[in-house]
Design a binder for this molecule. Sequence first.
Ligand SMILES: [Zn+2]
Ligand SMILES: [Zn+2]
Length: 317
Amino acid sequence: MVSKDKSAQLVTPARLAQAVTGDAWTLHILRHAFRGARRYSQWRELFTSEGMPIPEPVLSDRLSRLVSYQILERQPATPQGVHREYRLTDRGLELWTLLISIRDWEARYAKGRRGKTTSMILHTSCGHATHPVLICSHCGERVTARDTRLEMVAARSSALAAKLVNVPNTRRSNAVGRGGRSKFLQSQTLQIIGDRWSNMLLGALFLGKHGFDELRLFLAIPPAILSNRLAKFVTLGILRKESHDETPRRKFYRLTEKGLELFPIVIFTVDWGNRWLTAHPENFRILHTTCGATLRPSLNCSHCQEHLQRQTVQLIP
Ligand SMILES: [Zn+2]
Ligand SMILES: [Zn+2]
C-alpha cells in the first residue's frame, strides 16, 4: 500500500511517465511517429493537414525532449546528414499499447467530432475489428482496476528521473487539438490525459485517493487547480461527486464506469514508466490479486482472443 505521508515526493513511475505522456503535443508527435513520421517537415505537414499547425519552437522543443528521454533517436538520413531523421527507440515503440488503449477508449466513450465514426482498430492476423482486452501476462485472465493492488516503496531517483520531474508544466498544451480534425486524441481525451495535472489526478484516483484533501496532499497540487480538474472530470462523466459532508473540502470523488475504463491507459503508462524510467523497478509493483503475480499488462484481441502485437494492429482512420 502507498504510504500516506509525503507520497507526492516519491519519484513514482507514474509521475515519470506522466512527464512524458501528460502533454498533448507530445502525444500527437508520438502518434505521428507511429504513422511513419521521421522528419521535422513530415511532422509539420501532418499537424497542418489535421488543421492544427504546430508552432516550430514547440515541435523543436518536444522532439529534443523525446530524444533526451530516449524515446526518439536522432540519426542522419543521408551520409551528408542533410535531413535529420528521428526514429522511435525500443523504449518509444513500446508506447504503442498506450496509444492503442487511448484510441479504443475514444472509440467507445468520446464522441467524434463528426458524429458516427468509421474508424477502428484492425487486428490484421484475424482480419477483424478489435477492442483490445487488458490481460495479465502471467495468468492470461482479463484485468480490471478492481482486481489490482499497488505496492510501492520509496524509489531512488535516477539522473533521468530527476530530469523528468523537473520538467516545467506545459500550460499551453490545453489549446492543442481543439480545432484539429484528428479523430485520434480528441479534445475530451486530451482534457483527461494530455494535461499534466489531470493526468496525475487520474493516476491518484486509480490509486484509491478519493477525498479532496487526500488528493491535494498526495499530488501537492494547488487547491484551485485541483477543484478545476475535479469539476472538469465530473463534467466529462468520468468522476462522480459523493458528498458525505457539506464542507467542500470533505467531498469524495469516485470514478464512474466510463472513468474506470481508462484503467488500461493508466496501467500502460505506469508499467512503461516503471520498466524504462526508474532505476529500481522492483520498488514498485502492481499485483494482479486474482492470481497473485506482478501484473505485466498485455492486450488480447476481442475477436480471436489472440495476443495483440504492434505489427498486427492497424489503425483505420
Ligand atoms: Zn494474473
Ligand atoms: Zn483478432
